[in-house]
Design a protein around this ligand. Sequence first.
Ligand SMILES: *Cc1c(COP(=O)(O)O)cnc(C)c1O
Length: 387
Amino acid sequence: MHPDTRAVHVSAPALSGSTPLSVPLYQTSSFAFEDPAVLADSMTRPDGAYVYSRFGNPTVRAFEQALADLEGGVAALATSSGMGAINLLLHGLLRTGDHLVAQTSLYGGTYAVLRDLAARYGIETTYVSGHDADEVRAAIRPRTRLLYLETISNPTGHVSDLPALAAVARAAGVPTVVDNTFASPVHCRPISHGVDIVLHSTTKYLGGHSDVTGGVLVFADEARHRELWEHAVEFGAVADPFAAWLAIRGLHTLPLRMRRHEENAATVANWLAAHPAVSAVHWTGLADHPSHAIAGKFLSGYGAAFCFDLAGGFDAGVALSRRVRLIRLAPSLGGTSTLILHPASTSHRQLAEHELRAAGIGAGMIRIAVGIEHPDDLLADLDQALD
Ligand SMILES: *Cc1c(COP(=O)(O)O)cnc(C)c1O
């Protein structure tokens, strides 16, 4: 079946004689048992009876199964945030002295965790460009436990050669994890390209309405799911049933929303590229983007969050942030409304000019997360703000 159909047909837990039309919210922390032996057994495995919502919850399970289905995995673990998923994965799979290989262009929070793991536990990361299979082969050591990639990275729109790099890692016995937040399973299903674990910040496109914080890990094999489930029970950063319930509601329209996000992003990116106040547009969908060709090999869309540079530099970035009316000044992405952020005056304010340059962030760089409004209204707002 098509993703559209799969996303809509999220099944609810069975009741005797009837089935609820929508997945019910099981807002309960624990479950009652008649037989203590059943309770004891259920606490030792992810597929037993529901015991306690940190171990598993029917609403959370419905979301996990929907994601596993959309991503082509066998099972999933929903977490309290995207960072919860990243920390659960890294703390669950890595031990003191282990090593991992990661692409250079990563989500800021992920960088921070990798730096922290090195300082606390001596878990070192070797960074690679993401375009060169030989570079990954050369970086792998006896204690390498993970290859860490992102489908489309922020802020540059960099795309790694997932199939080639995952094949090198697999040959060396190293699992590959991909943060698929920017592409969503609508535009890329990394497991079908040889990836072992996919993760998302549910906060972004999956939830889709800027009203839920969550994350999820999707597994290609049952053994790793089991291992990480055991760690999740101890780690504790699991999804709340209500967050999972909201995320399921978002999933129903994911393919519809992604198509509109993508069309709007193409319209906005092309319009910006022709505007005299804009010196560069870094949307992967543009033919002159360095990752455009590689993305075309395995992505069916280029995402709708990207950066552009204002010719007027820092002051122009601040002015645009102040002048937008329909478009809102806010962090995050993946919701229905269009957001912008000027990193140099907000999220990266502490960095000196040379540090900004090293991070690939220009003084006049704007991050835009294109929503699903009518494109004419978005262009009109950008036009008056850039005027
Ligand atoms: C937002 C984001 C995260 C972190 O997710 P939270 O839900 O904010 O914890 C991780 N990776 C990517 C690519 C993101 O955009």
